[in-house]
Design a protein around this ligand. Sequence first.
Ligand code: SF4
Length: 469
Amino acid sequence: MVFNQLLHLDDLHRWRACERQFWLHRQPSREAGALAFVPGAQADADESAEAAVVHGPAVQAALRASFPGATTISAPTTPHEWVGAVRQTLDCLDSDQEVAEGWAIFGACLTSDDKAQVRIDVMSLGEHGLRLFKVRHATVGDEADVDAMALWLHVASRCGLRVQSVGLLLVDTDFIYPGHNCYAGLFREVDLAPVLGSRPVAAWLSAMRRAERGPQPAATPGAHCGQGDQGGENGGSGGSGGSGQSSQRGGCNFADACQACAKPTPEPLPDRLASLNIVGRELAAELRQEGHLDLRSVAPQALSNARHRRAVRAIQQDAPVLEPAVAALFRDLPYPRYSLRFDTIGFAVPVWAGTRPYQTLPFQWTCDVQSEAGHCVQHGFLADAKGDPRRAFAVTLLQVLGSSGPVFACNAGFERSRIRELALQFDDLAPALEDVLTRIVDLFQIARDSTACRRPRRRRLLRARCKLA
Ligand code: SF4
């Protein structure tokens, strides 16, 4: 078996986005003539790192709650392992043993006779055949999911498997985690069968083969180039055929080469940090019409809005602008002064009882306390891994904030909302937390009205303002 002849999900995504991107990605393995490509390996690594932070640490437990009798097939990391994974999948399907409650295969690997290979997130059993699921730790699917499911269905059918349904497992935001690893109800099934018929996968695979064997396609730089390398997307519990090749979410890997070959003498590019959009889309469109590429060429006095003039001045002098009136605003504020910042997380799979998917949960605060003499003492709280940190978060915060003094927040709406939520959660702390609300000074509003900086470093600038005060 020659592995680099096999087509996989990332190939399909790339080919659908840009034939040249697909062709370029297929070249190294073809030229090497070696078994260089192993789908799934890098994708799984990306997935585990990403899942730990964004999806939450209970991803596998949540999936197991829906399929308690599942067998997990590890993501192959070598061609040899891939062969083993396919064999293991077929063994599970061929088994004479009675099918257990919640039977499923996580990461089922299949290779079709027309040389496409897939790794299916979840394969379970229905009354009339197999049920294939793509796990998305998201609330909606997209076109790439439909492409993936169409490819999975094609390969499974070519392998002689009877498929009853194909669909997505999406996160149900109404789910409230009761604790004790009870995740039944977290996922909702979305049937994709009605939309798969429009995907001619067999014809796509043939076209991909022709494209791969053909000459290098011409560069066609456009919006699709900035949408990230189409490979390496995963989103599933067990991976779905990532490429194992580097993947840049910020744009196509070949963007520089394509720009160069499509435009031998590139036009001047706008300075991203001086973008016309800083003054709003409408005004930006007018300025663009007048021939401006970015705000560097715009005369400040030509703008009627004081905030826009400040922004242009900051960009053109390459230094922050601070209106003298700001000093007066702070002069009368008493000491001690508190500069507060919260950090939060919203797990797709909730880990603390009583919380929902994506609920914004505070886990860290930092607070600089400044005395009248100018001394500044830093305080902070960071959740440990021992359970819901919200009560400890609130108690330690109240201890540091005391009962008087202005509390600066960089974007106070955010901090206010979290404090209100904590007050609702903990009745006994509510009066003290509500007192804090009355002391908050919104630095963002002050900065918006009186300052401007060249770079979009809002928080950093505001913290600087806070220390200046
Ligand atoms: S930069 Fe654009 S045109 Fe070039 S390969 Fe990538 S997606 Fe295709």
